[in-house]
Design a protein around this ligand. Structure first.
Ligand code: CAA
Length: 259
């Protein structure tokens, strides 16, 4: 792959969008290779957490590729929008947690990519925004849907209608990012969090992700029913017996088997 790098450390995989000359803008090639990289990582059952970041020190992802979009027809824009949304939905429903390590500009499709991840950690120099209406379009890779769900309709509408960017500290204030750290601390912080997630029972973590995501899309009674199902499903796993036995036998260093 030309525009995507995949690395693995222990049970944590990292996907890096590697098109720094265009500030990692999402061309069709980048989206296609990102889609393939996600499939490759998903197939590796030894991966319990995934990190997504951008190459270089300046940009996470500066959005969809404006040069490529400029001359699209309505039909072509629909194909592009549908594909971008499919890739981001694949991230949102990825079988293990995904952390966005936001190392700079997260604009338009970049903000939308970060929002499709479970958790966002930002470097101090990160900048977030949905500048699309300034280009004559709406956000097209989930921004109108996920931003409002994450930060509330009022602030989402302000950000989208004004097309004004916000800095990392404001993104933390509105709940768009979980945490802001110094740029040099970004990857160590994210890798530590990913490794901390990967230490827990992977199936239970995956079921918890499913319960939270699906529960957010429904009413509380259905949400509780989803939780009961995922909770009880855990009791069919070896890791449930093992985890509870470790507690009762006071074993501190656990090695879950992902079974
Ligand atoms: N698409 C295509 N190319 C892009 C790009 C993008 N989204 N963002 C940056 N680039 C390219 C620039 O054209 C430039 O290329 P050249 O060197 O060949 O001229 C290179 O990356 C470096 O960019 P700048 O010179 O502009 O760097 P800067 O430091 O002066 O500015 C920036 C950085 C503020 C991020 C600025 O590049 C910028 O505003 N980028 C566009 C951000 C944007 O509007 N994103 C939303 C896109 S629309 C979208 O994402 C729709 C959707 O929801 C699906």
């Amino acid at each position: 792959m030309e525009t995507i790098l995949i690395a693995k450390e222990g049970h944590v995989a990292t996907i890096t969008i590697n098109r720094p000359k265009a500030l990692n803008a999402l061309s069709t090639q980048v989206l296609t290779e990102l889609n393939a990289a996600l499939d490759e990582v998903a197939a590796d059952q030894d991966v319990y957490a995934l990190v997504i970041t951008g190459a270089g020190e300046k940009s996470f992802v500066a959005g969809a590729d404006i040069a490529e979009m400029k001359d699209k027809s309505v039909e072509e824009a629909a194909v592009y929008g549908k594909f971008g949304n499919e890739v981001f939905r694949k991230i949102e429903t990825f079988r293990c947690p995904v952390i966005a390590a936001v190392n700079g500009f997260a604009l338009g499709g970049g903000c939308e990519l970060a929002m499709s991840c479970d958790i966002r950690i930002a470097a101090e120099n990160a900048v977030f925004g949905q500048p699309e209406v300034g280009l004559g379009i709406t956000p097209g890779f989930g921004g109108t849907q996920r931003l409002a769900r994450l930060v509330g309709a009022g602030i989402a509408k302000e950000m989208i209608y004004t097309a004004r960017n916000i800095k990392a500290d404001r993104a933390a204030e509105i709940g768009l990012v979980n945490k802001v750290v110094a740029a040099e601390e970004l990857m160590p912080t994210v890798m530590k969090m990913a490794a901390g997630i990967a230490k827990n029972a992977p199936i239970a973590v995956a079921y918890a992700k499913k319960a939270i995501n699906n529960g957010l899309q429904t009413d509380i009674d259905n949400g509780i029913a989803i939780e009961v199902e995922e909770f009880s499903n855990c009791f069919a796993t070896e890791d449930q017996t093992y985890g509870m036995t470790c507690f009762l036998e006071k074993v501190r260093e656990k090695q879950f088997s992902n079974k």
